[in-house]
Design a binder for this molecule. Structure first.
Ligand code: FRU
Length: 494
């Protein structure tokens, strides 16, 4: 039996009641209700054979959990229902997912397992990923098609059949389009574009790669139109760092430009890392009936050991706050969805609040809250917001004017979130000019912090766990920092 420890559970972020969660899947509006599926392993708090869990919502903040929608059951998805997307087709809800098979896992479950299409050399697993479809007439019960809609035989020769996953499907003028993540035989990340007239029979259209500098596998791609531009989002594995950009081993980024539906060519005008914190991956979007493009991502990261599994918390994984996207003069902005404001309580406001040295006030403390701040550092050099503050544990958001960046530091804790490959990696930084005024919106939810900078020009997201788990907030300034407008709200979701 799994015992759930509530100590670090969020209150206004979607998370499983128990078990392991990763990527958002099938994020869609179907018959006027939001559906969000996610990668799920119900039998443990580490990744295992993937299922699609299912939650529904009217405002993307309060969620109702439904039964698991998809579980491994067929020859071609027997080792996992990997990530994918959903859309409404007529009156039906269609889920496109990746069927994952892995002869190594077959052997792990059944050492005598022999039934595989190719001869398996000892210790050489054969992994295959194919694109599949399941449909529903009620948004609760899903029936799988008995064969994949795109098999590995449709792949261009330069793509590895073991890294071909995460289909995102959308309609453009009566035609279905699909973008899928992939890796080439020379280990470069790619996306592949397919098109179809009926959503069942698909033709290969084109591919895009930017070479090894952009990572090895491109996971969870998504393509959409936004304010007259096209945006291609994806999550590259092992994209090398560039200064303070792409500091995570796995990143999430967007290319902004234009997509030619005839040729399947994407022309790039600019690129952007979507979040400069520690914990943001595999983002997926939907277009709602109000015309808003909304994203959600897994608020977590591969190759980091969080203290949840070892600490027997009974759960592991959560989603970010949904964000609404806009593109102003080619600049992509991400802001928290408006609906969160319905849950604000007990507002505290200050004007021209001057901080010189340390400022503590128990009215600032709390586990579930939002801060809005307009900050003027013309008479200061550094300003810090310390969360979860106790004698030797704290999470620090630092505004460093001289070096022009905002950073997050999660070093000071007895329950560290440790990178499994770079053990001294406890800060993330985001270049921001601090000579002018800077605005911050910070959401704190028990063990998570999301910081929206300058009306969504940059975002930094991080989890934080500490032993004492204090709710104290401290502001600290070197020189005089003036908060010209300060609002604090509690966020209460029942
Ligand atoms: C991204 C990812 C996807 C895959 C899924 C498996 O986090 O690796 O590419 O479909 O997770 O759970």
């Amino acid at each position: 039996m799994m015992i759930i420890n509530n100590k670090f559970r969020h209150t206004f972020h979607l998370m499983p009641k128990y078990g392991w969660m990763n990527d958002p899947n099938g994020f869609s509006e179907y018959n006027g209700i939001y559906h969000l599926f996610y990668q799920y392993y119900p039998y443990g708090t580490e990744w295992g054979p993937m299922h699609w869990a299912h939650a529904v919502s009217e405002d993307l903040i309060t969620w109702k959990h439904l039964d698991i929608a998809l579980a491994p059951s067929l020859e071609f998805d027997r080792n996992g229902i990997f990530s994918g997307s959903a859309l409404q087709v007529g009156n039906e809800h269609w889920l496109y997912y990746t069927g994952h098979t892995d002869t190594y896992l077959d052997k792990a479950y059944d050492p005598s397992f022999k039934k595989i299409e190719e001869e398996v050399k000892e210790d050489q697993p054969i992994i295959r990923q194919v694109q599949c479809l399941a449909t529903s007439k009620d948004g609760e019960n899903y029936t799988k098609l008995n064969k994949p809609v795109i098999g590995t035989e449709q792949l261009p020769k330069f793509i590895k059949p073991e890294d071909f996953r995460d289909p995102k499907v959308w309609m453009h003028h009566e035609t279905f389009y699909m973008v899928v993540g992939a890796k080439s035989v020379n280990d470069e990340g790619h996306v592949l574009f397919f098109q179809s007239s009926d959503g069942l029979k698909w033709d290969y259209l084109n591919n895009l790669s930017l070479g090894r500098e952009y990572g090895t596998v491109w996971e969870c791609p998504d393509l959409f139109e936004l304010d007259g531009k096209h945006v291609l989002m994806f999550s590259p594995q092992f994209k090398p760092r560039m200064g303070h950009k792409f500091e995570n081993v796995y990143s999430t980024m967007a290319l902004i430009g234009s997509f030619n539906y005839e040729s399947g060519e994407f022309t790039i005008e600019s690129e952007k890392e979507l979040d400069q914190g520690f914990d943001y991956y595999a983002t997926q979007s939907l277009l709602n009936s109000k015309g808003e493009r909304i994203t959600v991502a897994w608020m977590n990261m591969w190759l980091i050991k969080y203290p949840l599994h070892e600490g027997n918390h009974g759960w592991n994984g959560s989603m970010t706050l949904p964000r609404v996207l806009s593109c102003e003069n080619g600049v992509l902005k991400q802001n928290p969805i408006k609906e969160i404001e319905k849950y604000r309580k007990n507002k505290i406001s200050h004007h021209e609040m001057v901080i010189d040295g340390e400022l503590k006030n128990e009215h600032f403390n709390g586990y579930c809250q939002e801060f809005e701040m307009k900050i003027d550092m013309s008479s200061s050099t550094e300003f810090e917001i310390r969360l979860y503050e106790s004698e030797d544990e704290r999470f620090i958001i630092k505004l460093d004017k001289k070096n022009s960046f905002i950073s997050m530091n999660r070093f000071y804790t007895k329950l560290p979130s440790m990178s499994t490959i770079s053990p001294h990696d406890f800060t993330r930084s985001c270049p921001v000019q601090l000579d002018d005024k800077v605005t911050l919106r910070i959401f704190v939810d028990v063990s998570s912090v999301e910081v929206f900078i300058n009306d969504g020009e940059e975002v930094m997201t991080s989890l934080f766990f500490s032993e004492k788990h204090s709710d104290a907030v401290v502001f600290a300034s070197i020189g005089k920092t003036v908060i010209s407008e300060f609002n604090k709200y509690e966020i209460e979701v029942k």
